[in-house]
Design a binder for this molecule. Structure first.
Ligand code: HMG
Ligand code: MG
Length: 308
């Protein structure tokens, strides 16, 4: 049976856009609970400016503590791949100082969002990424790449497919092991996904690609299905559908991990995640951030009769 990797981005993409800023211990507890439910890849923080994204302040201490706990016998974090966002060489140095061995750089397919999100042009961002990659190679750190606004931009409208393909190739050439294709504002539909992903698969192969759908307009699961049909086997999601992007207006949370896992398991895919253990984390998080989370499975619970 086919295996699918879920990259849990709730502790980063989710929490970065919540009104309530959680303290380090609560963030750490969140990460440990996710690991305890069988999540094997977790993005837990961001080495970005605390002036820009206060919710991610303290990520260095969080990462250090998580890495140290991971060494402990019996820790739920044992064997879990922990990563964090890095926008520039300064952020990379902060990341290296914690000892983390997995980071993600983030580029934009639209100029306006590059400016709004990381305060530079696309070209300037690639100059920074080249330096980050050099630092990563020298320190044996693996680097993932994100590309945002691949299906449309709130500032520029349509983003040409050719531009997305070109930038995905550039990220691949930089040496990132995987490129996560962002529908940052949850605007994509399955026909569009099928068309773009086919071109990206031609350009870099399905094994270099992951999909990152925000579920702003309810199309994320349909878009995941369209991506599965194109051979994609890595998807980003957030527990409960937490979050959004602070610099993309109207971007709501990522597709909910519970909803993705429910659909995939029902279809016969394996994720290694125990759905029954995810649901209590949803309830716990609801109390911490003081509002209900959008996940459909989180709200409805598991059906008594599982579909055949
Ligand atoms: P800047 O203000 O242009 O930076 O910010 P600067 O180089 O001009 O430096 C200004 C000050 O910031 C200096 O300090 C630097 O040291 C400091 P001062 O000398 O004034 O005391 N600085 C930093 N501090 C901490 N960490 C750093 C860092 N770099 C410089 N890394 C910067 C540029 C990139 C830092 C800023 O724009 C930033 O932090 N942006 C954050 C963007 C962000 O986190 N966005 C959300 C994540 S992306 C996302 O959600 C999309 C994604 O999910 C995919 C999708 O959905 O499509 C990944
Ligand atoms: Mg995102």
């Amino acid at each position: 049976m086919s295996k699918v990797t879920i990259v849990e981005v709730g502790p980063r993409d989710g929490l970065q856009n919540e009104k309530v800023t959680l303290d380090r211990q609560t963030r750490l507890e969140f990460v440990e609970q996710l690991a305890g439910a069988g999540v094997r890849t977790i993005e837990l923080g961001a080495f970005v400016s605390p002036q820009w994204v206060p919710q991610m302040a303290g990520s260095a201490e969080l990462v250090k503590e998580a890495l140290s706990r991971r060494e402990g016998a019996g820790s739920p974090l044992r064997g879990v791949d922990l990563s964090a966002l890095v926008p520039n060489p300064r952020g990379m140095q902060d990341a290296l100082d914690t000892g983390i061995k997995h980071v993600a750089i983030f580029a934009s397919a639209s100029e306006s969002f590059a400016k709004k999100n990381i305060n530079c042009t696309i070209e300037e961002s690639f100059v920074r990424f080249r330096k980050v990659m050099e630092m990563a190679r020298a320190n044996d750190v693996k680097v993932r790449g994100y590309l945002s606004m691949c299906f449309g931009c709130p500032f520029e409208g349509n983003v040409p497919e050719g531009q997305v393909v070109r930038l995905v190739k550039r990220l691949a050439e930089l040496g990132v092991y995987e490129i996560s294709i962002g529908d940052t504002i949850g605007i994509a539909n399955p026909a569009q996904v099928r068309r773009l992903v086919a071109k990206l698969v031609d350009a870099v192969g399905p094994e270099r690609l992951a999909m990152h759908f925000h579920d702003t307009r309810g199309t994320a699961l349909a878009n995941i299905l369209a991506s599965l049909e194109q051979g994609i086997r890595v998807f980003d999601s957030s527990l409960g559908g937490l979050g959004g992007c602070p610099y993309a207006p109207a971007a709501t949370g990522n597709v909910a991990t519970e909803d993705v896992v429910y659909m995939l398991h029902g279809m016969g895919f394996k994720t290694g995640i125990d759905l029954e253990k995810l649901l209590p984390i949803n309830k716990w998080m609801t109390e911490k951030i003081q509002h209900e989370l959008p996940s459909r499975v989180g709200r409805a619970g598991l059906p008594k009769i599982l579909p055949l």
